[in-house]
Ligand binder design. Structure first.
Ligand code: NDP
Length: 295
């Protein structure tokens, strides 16, 4: 039977959004400043458009201003760079987000490098990532998805310090920064990736697993130590005739099996996804506070 606690990311994210709403309004009342987020979307990928729409809606819901730029797929890199430098200079913009992936003719690295580190609410600037990796340094921003995973653990009362944590996946936007964050929280980390032999031998040692792979139902019961905590970042469409869209979303972890053996599990959807957006709002608010010296 089911024994794991279900970690309700949607509910936790709602609490965080309410806290942000209160802070945004306190700041507006005190100094007349409203935090602002600029989003740059290039091309017409459906998933990217959905993410951008959700981020804009989330901004509205907490009282943060959002500014959106949509550029056609065949725009030049220079056009994107021009918008970024405009936002870098614009005092009403406190966070700049470039929706990834960019069209293949653009150099992602030079575009991400162009975002002012003071407005890098995605935390993807190499200076912010570098500081995240170094002891005694503080990044101005931490990437939203891994930050959301850690916040979810904290707010669920799960101790990280001294634990064995395994991160599955090593991407720049999720896996790698998740591992760095867990290490900063005093976990001992291992990282599993596509070249790892017998990954289940490693994941079975973990007290905490964060999975960010993009493979439906990859993590099975025999990958999980009884009592482990499972944070499932994966968002994978699988065919489903019963759904009106013809598909549904599942995580990287076989949810039913994880529920039997783990002590706590995040669902997909409704786990990490809502936390990612809450962390984006939180990063935008703290950026506005920092840029206007407001505590
Ligand atoms: P990437 O494709 O950039 O990275 C996937 C990682 O998983 C890589 O490091 C890859 O290894 C590893 N990997 C692939 N196949 C295997 C395998 N069979 N065994 C072990 N490791 C494997 O994906 P992202 O990090 O961008 O995203 C991961 C997932 O998280 C996706 O499903 C995505 O949709 C979701 N996501 C969810 C978010 C949320 O808000 N909830 C936000 C961002 C992403 P290698 O490095 O060797 O190639």
């Amino acid at each position: 039977g089911t024994s794991a606690k279900i970690i309700d990311g949607k509910a936790v994210a709602k609490i965080i959004r309410d806290e942000i709403t209160a802070e945004v309004s306190r700041m507006k009342d005190a100094i007349g400043i409203v935090p602002g987020l600029a989003v740059v979307l290039v091309g017409d990928r459906k998933d990217s458009a959905t993410y951008v729409r959700n981020k804009k809606k989330a901004c509205e819901s907490v009282g943060i201003n959002s500014f959106e730029v949509r550029l056609p797929e065949d725009s030049s890199e220079q056009e994107v760079l021009n918008f970024i430098s405009g936002f870098n200079e614009d005092p009403s913009v406190h966070g700049i987000l470039v929706q990834l992936p960019l069209p293949s003719h653009m150099d992602e690295q030079s575009i991400l490098n162009a975002v002012s580190i003071e407005k890098d609410v995605d935390g993807f600037h190499p200076l912010n990532i570098g500081r995240l990796a170094m002891r005694g340094r503080e990044p101005l921003f931490v990437p939203c998805t891994p930050k959301g995973c850690i916040e979810l653990l904290h707010r669920s009362g799960i101790v990280i310090k001294g634990k064995r944590a395994v991160v599955i996946g090593r991407s720049n936007i999720v896996g790698m920064p998740a591992a760095l964050l867990l290490q900063r929280e005093d976990a001992s980390i291992s990282i599993v990736h596509s070249r790892t032999k017998n990954p289940e031998d490693i994941t079975r040692q973990a007290d905490i697993i964060i999975s960010a792979v993009g493979q439906p139902n990859m993590v099975r019961e025999n990958w999980i130590k009884p009592g482990a905590v499972i944070i499932d970042v994966g968002i994978n469409p699988v065919q489903d005739e019963k759904s009106p869209r013809g598909y549904r979303l599942v995580g990287d972890v076989c949810y039913e099996e994880a529920c039997k053996v783990a002590s706590a599990v995040t669902p997909v959807p409704g786990g990490v996804g809502p936390m990612t957006i809450a962390m984006l709002l939180s990063n935008t608010l703290s950026s506005a506070k920092r840029l206007h010296n407001f505590q």
